[in-house]
Design a protein around this ligand. Structure first.
Ligand SMILES: [Zn+2]
Ligand SMILES: [Zn+2]
Length: 144
């Protein structure tokens, strides 16, 4: 029976899986109950890098806001970012590698908020404009 082939001693009987053997807390960021937030404010290359970390379980989300390397405020809310969204936007650079880029992935929430505020203000302006226009018309009507 010496011709019978024995399986190699260290056979890989299972495919390597990220997080194998690591218990994932579903309530933690990245778990099923708290999916990662969208990667925003970075160039496509950095997004790819962060995405890679997430996929292979090497992503470490921030536990508290990190310090921005430009304004030194604790304003950085996304892991692996070096700049806060405000500075990155002002400098028009990627929040991670700080390279000057035209293409930034995603829209940061501050920008969306600002836009919404602006829209609200514009809406109010139109309302007051209509109000003024209406009262002027009334005035003209009663005067004439
Ligand atoms: Zn900053
Ligand atoms: Zn980048």
């Amino acid at each position: 029976m010496s011709s019978r082939r024995r399986p190699p001693k260290h056979q890989n009987s299972y495919a390597w899986k990220p997080n194998a053997g690591v218990k994932i807390n579903e309530k933690e960021v990245g778990g099923k109950l708290r999916p990662y937030s969208e990667i925003t404010g970075v160039c496509p290359r950095c997004k790819e890098q962060i995405d890679w970390k997430r996929r292979y379980g090497k992503y470490k989300p921030l536990r508290e806001p990190a310090k921005c390397q430009l304004c030194s405020k604790r304003n950085v809310r996304q892991a692996y970012h070096n700049l806060c969204s405000g500075c990155a936007k002002e400098q028009k650079v990627c929040a991670k590698c700080r390279c000057c880029v035209n293409q930034i992935v995603g829209r940061d929430s501050a920008e969306v908020e600002e836009e919404q505020k602006m829209l609200e203000e514009v809406g109010l302006d139109i309302f007051s404009y209509l109000l003024v226009a209406f009262s002027v018309r009334c005035y003209v009507y009663f005067d004439g």
